[in-house]
Design a protein around this ligand. Sequence first.
Ligand code: HEM
Length: 513
Amino acid sequence: MYSQFSNFLQMLQITILEAAVTICVMIVAAFFIFMGRNFNRWKKDNVPFLKPKPIFGNILDVCRMKITFGELCKNIYDGISTPFIGIFILDKPGIIIKDLDLVRDVLIKDFEYFMDRSLANNEKNDIMGSNMLFLMKSPKWNIVRKKMTPIFTTSKIKMMSALMQRCSEQMMDYISKKTIENTVLDVRDISVKYAVNSITSASFGLEAGCFEESGSLFRVVSERIYNWKRFSAAIQTICFFFAPFLVKLFSMKFIDTMSSNCLKEYFWKTMNERETKNVSRGDLLDILREMKKQEETEKLESLDENVIVAQAVQFFAAGFETTSASLAFALLELARNSEIQQKLRNEIVRINEEYGSISYNGLRDMEYLDKVVHETLRKYPILPFLDRRCNKSYNNVEHGLKLQRDDLVYIPVLAIHYDEKYYPNPETFDPERFSRENAEKRHNMSYLPFGEGPRVCIGKRFALLNLKSGLAHILLDYEVKICRKTVSVHCINPRGITLQPKSEVYLEFVKVR
Ligand code: HEM
């Protein structure tokens, strides 16, 4: 074989080295051509588009972790005047939408064309990840979402509020002990502990114990799940969002095996305990238990045990990072804006006196708190973009947009939230933007921190209540202030997909009650 090959090379009058170099060049050229095979797509369809770079399309800086995809979308959005623009996610055609009527069409009116997210779903090797609602694809998603919607009704949320109150009280004990030694605390750390405690209590029926000195296993797991400091974790997340073929090729898992096994074990342990003792506490676990029973009687193929446990793990993963970042950002903004903080505290003190404690009904009556929370989520939308995949040919005549199956669609939430047209002086933290009068004047797609349409965040009401409970408890007892340790610009971490403070958020806690 080898002698035949060298005879062949002799015939061509080239050496083995020259042959090897030629083959490498040909492979690289073929790869470039393959990755660029769609690059004429937007030109052909007469759609305005951004010139792509070889291999990476328009996301080179995201892959190099120089900026987040949310910020890239914002830069693109700010630079265009067309209702949408064509881009390339590596080799795949995608569009970024600027026109809010078109945003509404994609998220709500024409949802049947955009039911799935663009995220990878590795069904073969990642049973836990692929069964999570966030990653799930239609038609399985339709069935599971319908089954899960009753989890977050008003009466269920009201029951869960008692669990949240307990977590808020644990946080206050912790702050009170910590401030004896040092009045400067890292609110990012406190927020993560609070959010992990709340979500563990609601979705696993267990006390995570994050505020205890001995440390908590759930805190360790939460750190493992989203550790943006770990380069490999950041790369993996980028692959899930933008390079599904690599996810399949390298059998990547959305949540690492150790964390998911650990959560799974706790889930079944508590579930079985409840089964034996027949107790219910009004948390998500009870509802998942009902789903399990229903599944056993109805023999629904799509709701096997993996689906049920994956939802608990999903709540844990979706809940703690989003809520903790929002709470930390809210406290930072309140420390920067002392007048707003004082106005909010006056409301909290008044309603606390009226109800005797920070109860579910009391929180519902705190109108200014509601505005502060919404303005925080406007300024810091934790998921700075929404993504969808077109699942069948789409022709929107009114907006002149034609899409093919598998085209990617992005809604640049961060950019919309900072558009002067909807929010003048967007850098200013102004809760009055969310007075009923002001909110009614805006396009209803100009505020999307929880997404919109049938795939809107299922935990929205839980998250809002959790955030409000945490904030109200802290501000009732403490004034938070900027101090020497507070880093003036909290850059957004370019290694994450979500908006997260890049460093610790130190604030001074001054007792006011
Ligand atoms: C401040 C806190 C939170 C924010 C800002 C947030 C934001 C979001 C956003 C933007 C989406 C995508 C919506 C879309 O594509 O239209 C989403 C989806 C989702 N969120 Fe949240 N979220 C938060 C808290 C939570 C909590 C506490 C839970 C669970 C208890 C949760 C569970 C989910 C799930 C399961 C989905 C996927 C829904 C589906 O695909 O059907 N989130 N969230």
